[in-house]
Ligand binder design. Structure first.
Ligand SMILES: [Zn+2]
Length: 315
């Protein structure tokens, strides 16, 4: 944690563990936005996706870009190996295509170099969306969780003590795959995004009690109310397996609050800015996070705001 960040407006300092890096956002702009918001460190997961086939991603980020930015701002920016790549949206990747083997080998050497701190976001069960910023994510993804490629990534995570961030909406077959993966790879450091794919409080508590290697990020989970297009509401579709963390006013659900307190060392936060043009709104996300922290005990708020992220990043 950089020494300059002792807190912000009466709230704990924060590490934003879930953001994406795109070609169109400059390092200096990221630092300025972080300074405006009191954010100490930012995890950058490169968004490789380009445009085409009806998609508008505002992406085209890369691991090299993340590395360059982190070299300029080593105390503030935390590069991960980016997994939002078109090669991984082909079904054959998950049973180990040539592309998958190449990405795996490259990821191994990047993590071994010590310059990268994790990998993600691995996109398994993902719902397409079109939002009001003109972004069009078109792929309805349903890649197998307990698959040869995921098992190899879990081995890399364990080998390097590197967190692997997984986006997997917790439909029954997806949650079953995640449980198998956690069981088979107890040393892997798994961060199941968006509060374990928007699982129920009871399911999260049961899984966290069983699997010491399970963590959850709350990427985008505290934004709610009218106009919101993010994972804090039933967006971009609603399923019977989807559970929210806050209500329309940002009040934490009665059943989630004790889970945060009981498993205070397992959760991290993230703004989940996925597209370059959306970074302009970065500072506007923080009042909701600070309201969220204010509803937890001070020790739990501090753990979730930065201590857990700090520990995961350092291995
Ligand atoms: Zn995600």
């Amino acid at each position: 944690m950089p020494a300059a960040f002792g807190g912000f407006a009466g709230s704990p300092p924060v590490i934003d563990f879930h953001t994406h890096l795109q070609r169109g956002i400059a390092a200096g702009d990221l630092i300025r936005l972080m300074d405006e918001s009191g954010v100490a460190r930012l995890v950058l997961m490169p968004l490789y996706y380009g445009d085409g086939g009806g998609a508008v991603n505002d992406g085209e980020g890369s691991d090299q870009q993340a590395l360059d930015y982190a070299r300029r701002h080593p105390e503030r920016l935390v590069p991960f190996c980016g997994m939002q790549r078109s090669e991984l949206n082909r079904p054959e990747a998950w049973s180990m295509s040539a592309d998958a083997r190449r990405i795996l080998a490259e990821t191994d050497s990047k993590l071994a170099s010590g310059a990268f701190f994790g990998l993600g976001e691995l996109m398994l069960r993902f719902y397409p969306y079109t939002n009001r910023f003109g972004i069009r994510a078109v792929s309805d993804m349903d890649h197998p969780v307990f698959s040869p490629l995921m098992r190899h990534f879990a081995d890399l995570s364990a080998k390097h003590r590197a967190p692997m961030v997984v986006h997997a909406e917790a439909e029954p077959h997806v949650a079953a795959g995640m449980r198998r993966l956690l069981e088979a790879h107890p040393e892997a450091v798994v961060v199941w995004s968006h509060n374990c794919g928007r699982s129920s409080a009871a399911a999260i508590a049961e899984m966290m009690a069983r699997h010491r290697n399970l963590h959850a990020d709350l990427g985008g989970m505290v934004y709610s109310g009218p106009q919101v297009e993010h994972y804090g509401v039933y967006y971009p579709r609603r399923t019977p397996w989807m559970h929210l963390v806050v209500d329309a006013a940002g009040i934490v659900a009665d059943d989630m609050k004790p889970v945060f307190e009981r498993f205070a060392d397992r959760f991290v936060i993230g703004t989940d800015i996925a597209h370059a043009r959306v970074y302009a709104r970065y500072a506007g996300h923080w009042p909701r996070w600070r309201s969220f922290f204010g509803q937890l005990s001070a020790a739990t708020a501090e753990a979730i705001a930065w201590r857990n992220a700090d520990r995961l990043i350092r291995g």
